[in-house]
Design a binder for this molecule. Structure first.
Ligand SMILES: NC(=O)c1ccc[n+]([C@@H]2O[C@H](COP(=O)([O-])OP(=O)(O)OC[C@H]3O[C@@H](n4cnc5c(N)ncnc54)[C@H](OP(=O)(O)O)[C@@H]3O)[C@@H](O)[C@H]2O)c1
Length: 302
């Protein structure tokens, strides 16, 4: 089968399309014929070797966490899905070594969910990692209706889903975004937009969701005793003024993904896709994501 492989750490041009053995589904697993996969910031970190100290999988690596596709075969004892089912899934590539930039992917059926029925199966690959990250971060924040949420990186993949999820729960959202992204942030549901480049007013939010690595500049916007949840590992917010600070790291979860898939079909979540290319365009997708300014996912197809 075709896969986008990484023979060694390095720049984006290390990514190479190659023939590799097709996996077989083990007990409890499904074998998925890939419709599309997406490139996420973590793929850039793995590819460059920035996470090499804690990554224990042999080369060549196959990167990729997001997956949409069709169930091709099921392993022993798997009754959650049948061949032909359209699914989405997230594979925690960094922890498990199972990457999704491959023509076929075998993974536990419990990690997959029915794909949204109202969008193209290729575009459905925009949902899993960013959607689950936003969902789990808002769960950690214990966001309640009527509260005010401040989202940094508001028009990013995670930030955009977080705005839409929060608004659907009756939360007022203030977006922190670059001035040129203000209109998009409003379209996503933000009630107001503050420039992420300038000073941020004090005490305007109950909760901060930090996705852009700008916590020191924006933590002042959280009221005394509020909450801050960060998904940005290098620079999480520091505790101050009784603010509860936590970090979340996305976990695979087919049940939560099924909820998100349903929210796409209900029109609550919008899948934003910036470009679809084939595996050979992997290096360009890595360069584009690193450059910033993408306002939707970069998808790759086999
Ligand atoms: N903890 C976890 O489990 C987890 C899960 C998913 C993602 N992450 C991390 O969370 C971050 C966001 O992920 P994502 O997929 O949403 O990325 P993304 O789609 O690239 O979105 C990031 C957003 O933040 C903005 N941004 C970045 N640096 C900024 C700065 N200095 N000032 C203002 N805005 C800035 C970006 O704007 P520009 O494009 O204009 O720069 C973009 O809108 C990444 O660092 C990723 O590694 C963590």
């Amino acid at each position: 089968m075709r896969a986008l492989t990484l023979p060694q750490y390095g720049d984006p041009d290390q990514l190479t399309v190659a023939e590799v053995p097709r996996p077989a589904p083990g007990p409890g697993q499904i074998l998925v014929r890939t419709a599309a996969t997406a490139v996420n910031p973590v793929d850039l970190l793995v590819r460059s070797g920035a996470l090499a100290d804690s990554l224990a999988h042999p080369f060549p690596l196959i990167l990729g966490w997001d997956l949409s596709g069709t169930v091709d075969a099921v392993g022993e004892g798997t009754d959650r899905f049948s061949p032909g089912d359209r699914i989405v899934a997230m594979s925690a590539q960094y922890a498990t070594g199972v990457g999704t930039h491959a023509e076929y992917v075998a993974l536990d059926a419990a990690l997959a969910a029915p794909a949204p029925t109202t969008v193209d199966l290729v575009h459905a690959a925009a949902l899993p990692l960013a959607g689950l990250t936003a969902y789990q971060a808002l769960e950690r924040a214990a966001l309640r209706a009527g509260e005010t949420l401040l989202v940094s990186g508001a028009v990013g993949a995670v930030g955009g889903f977080a705005i839409q999820l929060a608004v659907s729960r009756g939360t007022r959202v203030i977006a922190l975004a670059r001035p040129e992204d203000a209109e998009l942030a409003r379209e996503l549901g933000a009630e107001s937009v503050i420039s992420s480049a300038g000073p941020v007013p004090s005490g305007i939010a109950d909760v901060l969701l930090e996705t852009a690595g700008i916590a020191p500049r924006v933590i002042g916007a959280v009221r005394d005793g509020g909450r801050a949840v960060s998904i940005y590992a290098p620079e999480p917010p520091k505790e101050e003024r009784g603010i509860t600070v936590s970090q979340t790291f996305v976990e695979q979860d087919g049940d939560q993904l099924a909820i998100l898939s349903g929210l796409v079909d209900e029109g609550v979540l919008t899948l934003r896709v910036a470009a679809v290319g084939d595996f050979a365009e992997g290096p360009e997708a890595h360069r584009r994501l690193a450059a910033g300014g993408t306002r939707g996912k970069l998808l790759l197809t086999p």
